[in-house]
Design a protein around this ligand. Sequence first.
Ligand code: BGC
Length: 470
Amino acid sequence: MNPNTRYTIRVALIVALGGFLMGFDASVISGVVGFIGPEFDLTNIQVGWAVASLTLTATLAMLMAGPVSDRYGRKPVLKAAALLFSLSAIASAVAPDYLTLVAARMLGGFGVGAALIIAPMYIAEIAPADVRGRLVSFNQLNIVIGISVAYFSNFLILSLGQSDLAWAQALNLGDWSWRWMLGIEAVPAILYFFALFSVPESPRWLVMHGKPDRALGIMERVSGKAQAKENMTAVQESLDADAHKEEGSFKELFMPAMRLVLTIGIVIAILQQITGINSVFFYAPMIFEQSGIGTDAAFMQAVLVGIVNLVATIVAIMLIDKLGRRPLLITGLVIIVTSMILLAYAFGSATIGADGELTNMNPTLILIGILSFVAGFGISLGPVMWVLFSELFPNRIRGIAISFCGLINSSVSFIVQLVFPWELENLGPSMTFLIYGSFAIIGLIFVIRVLPETKGRSLEQLQVELASKQ
Ligand code: BGC
């Protein structure tokens, strides 16, 4: 591996730690809810708030992070996110009451929203075109690892707290288990903050802000002298072409030239969530329990979901710049549709017992259906969405555009999670999965007919090609 590639990979890995913290922060609360309810004597709604309040500020941060980073740079926003993660972890760990805990979680939510959007955008802006997909996908890989590590760390703290190890008792892991679960995140968050000092500002942002010399130096480290010069000229030309326009504005996002890329961004943002990934992620044990296996086995199978997602994401990273974005999306969506039909059949073939409960289900078939769905997502919509977001939009309005698509993505995610328990009860699992499958078919048709291939081209080439397609 040449030194340039090694340097770029190191930078991408550091920045993608933002994805890890985001995944960790969002899911660590699942281990905490069981404790804070009794400790602070909370109502159900208050517990719900302790969980959902983070999504609220994350959504707000998504709206703000893009434009703020267009103005002040990508790096300061990432550093701010790292600080917010650290402060939030410490403040929630020592929270004396419920309100402080919610406020601390909301602080972390700002970090989640900012990291979610800025980390992949930064990586796309620094990466050489031929490995861009792979490097941006590091971020999704880290999100997935963050989610799994949080589950594991919760489990570990809980077990150590129940052990009679002297050091675990000295740290009071038993009585303070939920505080440790939340507080431990300060360690990677503080590391992230300091590691960011070794990362340069995004060269494309520097050019946009009249600092071409610094940008050139960074591009040379990333892709070598000759390529850097070529890239610089292209970035400069793309900006000159837009020079008569005012600073990238929200209005500009809705100009005719943006129609195709914005449509793709919005459709993929909706599709990633409306096919049900977070229903499976957040309610996995519940789904498996409905299939008739015991609670412990259901918990184990939920762990399997995390592992399959991880492996599939790694496969996507290996293939995304070789095969391209389209083949991965198409294959993944076909797998998702097939899995949903399988799940609808597996739940549908159950009989309703005298007590109204579903019985005679085939748990193996259901496990296969869920795992193949997660694998389909992991090689396609999971990573590919972030890659597309970061390469579809022109330099000038990339920040605003990604904020907007990210906002749609998380709003749909919120709604899908909210109605899932209702759907299970009122429509039944078969119908619920058929609905997800139908959305996947619509998405498949859209991808086949509308989505252009974006692999291997520079961001500036894409800018010209995509604007002319409309
Ligand atoms: C999505 C999340 C999802 C995660 C699962 C991300 O790309 O945006 O909503 O939970 O993938 O892997």
